[in-house]
Ligand binder design. Structure first.
Ligand code: SF4
Length: 128
């Protein structure tokens, strides 16, 4: 445990195949640090603007057994790492905190804002 899933942003869906996120999960690093050996990736979904779909996507993931939902780092890093080439074409979401709060309150899922390549100065934000 736990069973985890990832939601990423449609702005990056043709740029990022989540390679770093899967590697971080496998090595239990970055936002996945501290998870035990049984931690398993159950699914991945893509959010679509304006983000209302995230609630339904999270509900589906919960029904699949997901316990913790991670929102990919691309959603928050643009302002923290503006020179990062991964985020050059966007992916930063102005609404992400509100979306996560809605997902958490409406589904009860624990949520984490981040996946891979977290900057040192970023204190991992968690809901639940
Ligand atoms: S609402 Fe935010 S996370 Fe969702 S697709 Fe739009 S910019 Fe991306």
């Amino acid at each position: 445990m736990p069973k985890v899933a990832i939601i990423r942003c449609e702005k990056n869906q043709d740029e990022c195949p989540l390679t770093a996120g899967f590697a971080a999960l496998k090595s239990r690093t970055a936002a996945f640090k501290g998870y035990d050996e049984d931690c398993d990736l159950v699914g991945v979904f893509t959010c679509h603007c304006p983000g209302d779909s995230a609630i339904d996507l999270a509900s589906i993931l919960k029904n699949k057994g997901v316990e913790v939902l991670h929102f990919s780092t691309c959603l928050l890093l643009h302002l923290l790492l503006p020179t990062c080439q991964l985020h050059k074409r966007g992916g930063f979401c102005e609404s992400i905190d509100g979306i996560i709060e809605r997902v958490h309150s409406e589904t009860g899922l624990a949520c984490v804002k981040g996946t891979a390549h977290l900057p040192k100065e970023y204190a991992l934000q968690k809901w639940g």
